[in-house]
Unconditional design. Structure first.
Length: 570
């Protein structure tokens, strides 16, 4: 018989516990056991076990002397986990003890189990569809999972592969090495049978410890990979072609490399332009006609964050006043007589995502200046005849050769638009102040034009060099380019002579006392002034303060004149 102390101890346990004697008579069933089996202790005490014992007969445990552990047993609507062990005394089996746990899932647990089963099914489906082959193994290199696609490729089945060492399932595998090093191997070439495949292998970790590895087949046939690469290369070539065509249509032709900068003033201008290019602010380019304002605008666009966007040019001086609004802002269908069917976007809209270049902004009518100011402030444009505006993202570069400050004083240019445009000001120096660089520029242009015109001009004579130095070049780089293009085609090869130059440059020179001089008073005065400056510097042995004193001019005036004639480094 069990003592009262032992009975109290058994009743305090949270698990069901039943004790029987050698004959199968129930000696005790604790309170947790009564609840699980749905009986009262008074009903079962001293009764035979066959009345209530669920599942495997506990009498078999006593007869064999071997425990029966972790047995799942259905008892009514409950799922019980039962452990049965024989009870011995002095080496003899005198009974048995049964430990009972309730494994019946709650409705919430059952729902979670169902959800987990559904997710597991979806995961298996995903694994089957996602890769040409996928396999996992544990830390000991035993295959724990493999998908059907890999099995088909290897010529095996899931049942045959799982549980076997991965080295027996896949020849040449490096999964054990990946687990050993803990380093992934991505995109490796692997030979399986007679076929070359591309695979990736990665270690699987838990809490920083490698617990296995996973292998993925990226391509199970290199012929497919080669075909894919060829198609990608073809598409890339087509994309490059269309990108170049688009750039040719709405992009730029010139870059900063197109600018020959031999003079320090021009180099400083390029440096400022490159800094301004990286910003989102508006830019105002000032310079005389022919100095290359549009070239600078295109170069700025080309190195800006908007370089892949369009570059749209509007010449404000070339568009008639009556057509300017339609050209800039576009129009809707039926907005006026003769309007294109379907309407037409304006230049501002076409520049969305890129740069709008307003050339000769000083010639823009006042009423258009008001509307352009709204575009810059509100970032929106409204077509003629439209009922709602369109948002635009543009960067404006404006250029002019006219003095905007004077135009503002005369009421011909709006101050608010001027200050909206004049965030960065870039002033391009005229060719005449680059006197020390004109000859180098001319040689550079001759080299460039030879390639374009298929000529072989080697240079120019001293007489031509004299003309180039003395001429004031009111047309700037455009004039120099045109003069050289004409002269090179006339000469075709050899050296450029005076007779190859345009008549207006030839007629400016006469022979006086055996010396060729120009009839250009300004040029002659400049030439003389330059000689005097050089003489004063020589007399003062390079001391500019002393040279200014000898000439009777202020030191600042001397510095300006030296810079004008390219003598500032003397």
């Amino acid at each position: 018989m069990l003592s009262a102390h032992i009975l109290d101890l058994l009743d305090s346990l949270p698990l069901g516990l039943m004790v029987i004697d050698r004959g199968g008579i129930i000696l005790h069933l604790n309170q947790a056991g009564c609840r699980l089996l749905g009986v009262d202790l008074s009903e079962v005490r001293q009764q035979h076990i066959s009345r209530i014992d669920p599942g495997t007969d506990i009498l078999d445990v006593m007869q064999s002397g071997k425990a029966s552990l972790r047995t799942e047993v259905r008892f009514g609507d409950k799922l019980l986990l039962v452990d049965r062990v024989p009870y011995t005394e002095e080496g003899k089996i005198i009974g048995a003890i049964s430990v009972i746990q309730d494994m019946t899932p709650s409705p919430e647990a059952a729902r979670r189990i169902s959800e987990q089963e559904r997710e597991l099914h979806q995961l298996r489906e995903l694994i089957e569809q996602l890769y040409d082959g996928l396999v996992m193994c544990d830390r000991n290199g035993i295959v724990t999972m493999i998908n059907q696609a890999y099995c088909d490729f290897l010529g095996t089945t899931i049942e045959e592969a799982i549980g076997r060492p991965i080295t027996e399932v896949i020849e040449n595998t490096r999964m054990p090495q990946v687990m050993e090093t803990g380093q992934p191997e991505l995109g490796h070439l692997m030979k399986v049978g007679s076929r070359d495949i591309i695979v990736s292998r990665v270690p699987m970790r838990e809490g920083g410890r490698v617990i296995g590895a996973m292998g993925k087949v990226i391509f199970n046939d290199l012929r497919e990979l080669r075909s894919l690469v060829e198609r990608c290369n073809l598409m890339e070539k087509k994309l490059d072609y269309y990108r170049q065509e688009l750039k040719r249509a709405v992009g730029t032709r010139y870059s900063f490399d197109s600018i020959f900068a031999d003079h320090h003033l021009l180099r400083e201008t390029i440096h400022m332009a490159k800094k301004a290019a990286s910003s989102r602010s508006s830019i105002l380019i000032l310079g005389e006609s022919g100095t290359g304002k549009e070239l600078f605008a295109q170069a700025i666009h080309g190195v800006s964050p908007r370089s892949e966007g369009p570059f749209v040019r509007v010449n404000c001086a070339a568009i008639p006043k009556d057509l300017m609004e339609a050209e800039l802002f576009g129009y809707e269908e039926g907005a006026f007589t003769g309007a294109r069917k379907g309407g037409k976007p304006g230049k501002v809209e076409l520049a969305h995502g890129g740069t709008l270049f307003l050339d000769e902004i000083g010639d823009m009518p006042l009423d258009m200046q008001v509307k352009m100011l709204r575009v810059l402030q509100e970032k929106e444009v409204e077509r003629i005849g439209a009922t709602r505006p369109v948002q635009v993202d543009i960067r404006v570069i404006a250029a002019t050769h006219r003095p905007l400050e004077k135009l503002m004083e005369e009421g011909k240019f709006r101050e608010d638009l001027y200050y909206r445009l004049n965030v960065f000001t870039i002033t391009i120096p005229p060719l005449r102040v680059q006197s020390g660089s004109i000859i180098a520029m001319a040689r550079h242009l001759i080299h460039k034009l030879n390639r374009e015109l298929y000529t072989s001009v080697s240079g120019f004579s001293p007489r031509v060099e004299d003309v180039f130095r003395s001429h004031s070049w009111p047309g700037n780089m455009r004039e120099l380019h045109n003069v050289l293009e004409r002269a090179i085609q006339l000469a075709d090869h050899g050296t450029l002579e005076l007779e190859h130059l345009p008549p207006y440059l030839q007629e400016r020179r006469v022979v006086v006392n055996g010396e060729s001089v120009t009839l250009d008073l300004e040029a002659e005065l400049a030439k003389t002034e330059k000689k005097v400056l050089l003489h004063a510097l020589q007399k003062a042995e390079g001391n500019k303060v002393k040279a200014a004193s000898l000439l009777g001019i202020h030191r600042a005036s001397l510095y300006r004149k030296l810079e004008k004639y390219g003598l500032d480094a003397t």
